[in-house]
Design a protein around this ligand. Structure first.
Ligand SMILES: C[S@@+](CC[C@H](N)C(=O)[O-])C[C@H]1O[C@@H](n2cnc3c(N)ncnc32)[C@H](O)[C@@H]1O
Length: 280
């Protein structure tokens, strides 16, 4: 079997087994959020992380990106650190840890006080197979647009290029967005369709990543697609998709979401779809 047979489908199965059918280097981008630390009771939970990570490395194209969205449980007073262990394992098998991004929840679930601050974020590890081939940066308005600054310089975090350049005068209207992204979880109308799944991520988050790391016509894989958020948004943005989930029930939610007429953006060319994007 070839990857072509699975395009624009939601497949029920263990992603490790399903991915074995894909040719090496056939996927442009992966966006997924795995089950972590047995935190939630997903139906049919099997999660051989290391084998899945290796299979992802095989199926992703050179220059392709895996966005791995994960957090840690706190067990007996200590965070597990599973997120970090996973990101370091991805590095060990050949991925670049391209960017450690933060998904900040604007409406975090209230937690019982345990002498620590409320947890309100997850990691979004952006892993690349070699140099990232596609980056369509999201832009935001500059706080000091138009202001004339004196003597301020760009900061360069790269080890080998410590060059500094004078900042533009006056300050530009827009700049590339930072790597902490904030979303309201579960409240937007488009996210309501995912009800029935315990942990969907916001459509807007999927939109921001898919737009950033892929181009129209690219093939996006979510190997643990749950309610199908990645698939739905990939289609809206003119990308192809493959969704896999081990649970038949969640696959049904995903397929139903793909059937709804609520895909306003799906009928629009990408440029028009981008008008939906807001700057933050
Ligand atoms: C955090 S949820 C994903 C939610 C998804 N991003 C969404 O927006 O709905 C993780 C999913 O992984 C699925 N899963 C767990 N083990 C799996 C496996 N081995 N293969 C495929 N899916 C798996 C679970 O059924 C669950 O739906």
């Amino acid at each position: 079997m070839a990857v072509a047979e699975f395009i624009n489908k939601v497949l029920q199965g263990d992603c490790l087994e399903v991915m074995k059918n894909f040719e090496s280097g056939s996927i442009d981008m992966v966006l997924t959020s795995p089950p972590y630390d047995n935190l939630r009771n997903y139906k049919g939970y099997v999660f051989p992380f290391e084998a899945i990570a290796r299979e992802l490395y095989r199926v992703v194209k050179d220059g392709g990106v895996v966005v791995w969205i994960v957090g840690d449980a706190t067990i007996e007073g200590s965070e597990t650190g599973t997120s970090f262990k996973q990101s370091l394992f991805f590095k060990e098998i050949g991925f670049n840890l391209h960017d450690t991004m933060i998904f900040r929840k604007r409406n975090p679930i209230p937690q019982i006080y345990r002498r620590r601050y409320n947890n309100e974020f997850e990691y979004m590890f952006v892993l690349s197979k070699g140099q990232v081939a596609t980056h369509n940066p999201l832009m935001i308005d500059c706080l000091h647009a138009g202001l004339k600054l004196n003597g301020t310089t760009y900061k360069n975090y790269s080890k080998h290029e410590q060059r500094r350049a004078k900042m533009a005068k006056p300050v530009k209207d827009q700049k590339i967005k930072g790597n902490i992204w904030e979303y309201v979880v579960g409240k937007n109308l488009e996210d309501q369709e995912a009800k029935g799944h315990p942990a969907p991520f916001p459509c807007e988050l999927a939109r921001d990543h898919i737009y950033s790391w892929s181009n129209e016509g690219d093939l996006i894989l979510d190997p643990m697609c749950g309610s199908g958020t990645t698939c739905k948004v990939a289609r809206q943005l003119g990308r192809k998709f493959i969704g896999i989930d081990i649970s038949q029930e969640y696959c049904e939610i995903a397929r139903n979401r793909l059937c709804t007429a609520n895909d306003v953006q799906a009928q629009l060319p990408l440029e028009a779809a981008n008008l939906f994007r807001r700057t933050r």
